[in-house]
Design a protein around this ligand. Structure first.
Ligand code: IYR
Length: 251
């Protein structure tokens, strides 16, 4: 099919829905502004294959370790990982992710103490036997030395809803999905720059909002220590599922 001129109107153009009843619901709204897709260059299949193989090989070397070196990491690297996370797609482009990046040793210690207090209760009293058994191969416990060893602790909050200046709520959409995608991009960015991170999920997480002074419209979803692995860093002996276990092609 010949390519249409980019300015030519198209009946399927999302910016100008043709269906009259739908149009009537939105005609009080300003016309959406569209710009040409920026920065896209189509590359050949051989180059795509090479990049895809290389990226997969890089990502397949990512491992979650709990053993962090205390060496400092420049703040700019954390900024770049957060900027990368912020490129995630999000429901209605609400970008409902907020990051708190902590390198203050006193604040890290405070978070560690509060997390360990909750985690001890979780591991000792709240976990079912089944859950404890599931975690046993990972070697996790309530001791969270990574929260003080890692030079940075990044806490990811989900903005459940926005707050307008008058205090009213502005709805966000697909918050869990959007924040999950942002977390994945953050993890990929940290890994490709040569650092390690760990997806820590203290439970319950309410204390983080208080300690970090965040609004009640936000909910902590992940604690991500970031740093270099310790020279003696270890990981559990785990395998990833093969392709045929995680994909189906057509019906
Ligand atoms: N939140 C606890 C327990 C934990 C739960 C799961 I599921 C894990 O995959 C790992 C740990 C913690 O962060 O230790």
């Amino acid at each position: 099919m010949p390519e249409a001129h980019p300015d030519a109107p198209r009946s399927t153009d999302a910016a100008s829905p043709a269906e009259p009843a739908y149009k009537a619901l939105t005609n009080h709204l300003p016309e959406p502004r569209f710009v040409p897709l920026p920065g896209y260059t189509r590359v050949g299949e051989a180059q795509m294959l090479a990049s895809a193989e290389a990226f997969y090989a890089t990502m397949d070397r990512r491992r979650t370790t709990r053993h962090f070196a205390t060496d400092p990491v420049p703040r700019r690297l954390i900024e770049l990982a957060i900027l990368t996370a912020g490129t995630a797609p999000s429901g209605a482009h609400r970008q409902p992710w907020r990051f708190v990046a902590i390198d203050d040793p006193a604040l890290k210690a405070k978070i560690r103490a509060a997390a360990e207090e909750e985690e001890l209760k979780t591991y000792r009293d709240r976990m079912t036997d089944e859950w404890r058994e599931a975690l046993h191969p990972l070697g996790t416990d309530h001791v969270k030395e990574h929260l003080t060893d890692a030079p940075w602790v990044v806490v990811l909050f989900a903005e459940k809803f926005g707050l307008r200046a008058d205090g009213s709520h502005r709805k966000n959409y697909y918050v869990d999905e959007s924040v999950g995608i942002a977390a994945g991009l953050f993890i990929a960015a940290i890994h490709t720059m040569g650092l390690v991170t760990l997806t820590h999920t203290p439970n319950p997480m309410g204390f983080l909002r208080e300690v970090l002074g965040r609004g009640t419209n936000e909910k902590a979803v992940l604690v991500l220590p970031v740093g270099y692995p310790r020279p003696d860093a270890r990981v559990p002996d785990l395998q990833r599922l093969p392709l045929d276990a995680i994909v189906q092609w057509n019906a």
